[in-house]
Design a protein around this ligand. Structure first.
Ligand code: MN
Length: 427
């Protein structure tokens, strides 16, 4: 039976609104107070199936592996085995968790050590981030940002509809959900005044998805669609925290540099490309037609609802400030990857690619405060007497995402972070 079959049920109880039914099986890296070693697990309902325990018990084995793969602190060694192994491993884990399979269900001693309550686990970065590149591929976001920064006549640059625009960012500051984010210091310039060093005054979030490259590609070669598809291991939620005022002064002529390099938050569970297969939808019509190296078969976007909530230090509960969807992307993740490799740029296991901010057509679906407050000209009403143009110290921001199936959802968990005040400028 396919691990994606909607009728599958686990012997572990899973609520209909849980992010982690048996059809999902996302991978993460966790530790517990009892056992502080980082290891790999799969989320199921309110539990984590400890794959290191399953591997040791001989229940989940990777064909051809000379060493154990799941008692590791990152998914990279497992990802290296490639898509056939990813698929076989997911099918095996699905089988172990099925309500009608006795192997784990009826082995109480093994269940006791292999199933860890998620509430008792600490989650870590799920993979070693080799490199991180970020794109700019939502038509609505690029149009909004262009209108705000350059005016309505120059909103979209002439290259935008011909290629997925992107930049090489920093892997060193990618952090897992829950890690606090320090307001950055940076060089700023206001009006005709000389530039100065100080705390960012326009701190923003960017609602994105990230996708993880699970296979290497050789330097010097373009990628075909088939190659590129086989290289995508899975997806996470991604917040590309942005310092708009630092960016405005530094970005010409080479693009963002430090304004986006101080922190990037990802959700801890990697949802596999396979788990999202039932939720493929058409990429929007692309006119002009992309060059041949960017052509793709039709269904390359995914229907994943994306929610953003904000809670300030004074508020008693979080307020939803945006609902967008991964399917709004103009350029698909596949096209982003094909483009990234097109000059012969080698891709590596553990590369993280950000989709770019995902905005929908109306304000309720905008994916950044730059758009939601129209660069501070229309502050956002949060209730409880609070408004925001940009993020302030103590603000808690959180992303959630899920693909809705019939009676179950493929969820992504959470990508959250709280803003800490800037440190003083060293003298
Ligand atoms: Mn971004």
């Amino acid at each position: 039976m396919s691990p994606n079959d909607p009728s599958l049920r686990s012997f572990i109880e899973v609520r209909a609104d849980s992010d982690f039914p048996i059809q999902n099986l996302p991978y993460g890296v966790f530790s517990t107070a009892q056992d502080e070693r980082k290891r790999i697990g799969v989320a199921i309902g309110d539990f984590i199936l400890d794959l290191a325990v399953c591997e040791e018990a001989g229940l989940v084995l990777v064909e051809g592996a000379a060493e154990r793969l799941f008692n590791r602190d990152a998914l990279n060694p497992f990802m290296a085995f490639g898509p056939a192994v990813w698929s076989a491993t997911r099918a095996r884990i699905s089988e172990l968790l099925r309500a009608d399979v006795a192997l784990l269900r009826d082995n109480a001693p093994l269940r006791k050590v292999a199933l860890v309550p998620r509430a008792q686990a600490t989650l870590h970065l799920p993979f070693h981030v080799a490199s991180f590149s970020d794109f700019y591929s939502s038509l609505q976001h690029a149009s909004n940002a262009g209108m705000i920064l350059r005016g309505p006549n120059a909103a979209l640059m002439p290259n935008w509809k011909h290629m997925p625009i992107g930049y090489n960012s920093r892997a060193s500051t990618v952090v897992v959900s829950g890690t606090p984010v320090r307001r950055p210091l940076g060089q700023l310039k206001v009006g005709d005044q000389p530039p100065y060093m100080g705390p960012c005054g326009k701190l923003d979030f960017e609602l994105e998805m990230g996708f993880i490259i699970g296979q290497n590609s050789p330097m010097g070669e373009m990628l075909t669609q088939a190659q590129a598809e086989r290289m995508i291991f899975g997806f996470v939620l991604l917040n590309d925290w942005s310092a708009r005022d630092i960016q405005a002064w530094e970005y010409q002529p080479l693009g963002p540099f430090l304004a986006k390099a101080f922190a990037t938050t990802i959700s801890p569970w990697v949802v596999t490309r396979e788990a999202l297969e039932p939720f493929r939808v058409a990429t929007p019509d692309q006119d002009p037609a992309p060059l041949p190296y960017l052509r793709q078969s039709r269904l390359q976007n995914y229907d994943v609802t994306l929610d953003v909530t904000l809670q300030t230090a004074k508020m008693t509960s979080p307020k939803q400030i945006s609902r967008s969807n991964f399917k709004y992307m103009y350029w698909s993740s596949l096209q982003q990857l094909m483009h990234h490799g097109s000059t012969g740029c080698a891709m590596s296991i553990g590369d993280l690619l950000g989709t770019g901010t995902i905005s929908g057509n109306d304000k309720s679906a905008y994916g950044s405060l730059l758009e939601l407050s129209w660069n501070g000209t229309q502050p956002l009403e949060l209730g409880e007497g609070e408004t925001r143009s940009f993020l302030e110290d103590g603000d808690q921001l959180s992303f959630h995402g899920y693909a809705q199936g019939d009676g179950y959802r493929i969820g992504f968990g959470e990508a959250a972070g709280t803003i800490l005040p800037a440190l003083p400028v060293p003298v």
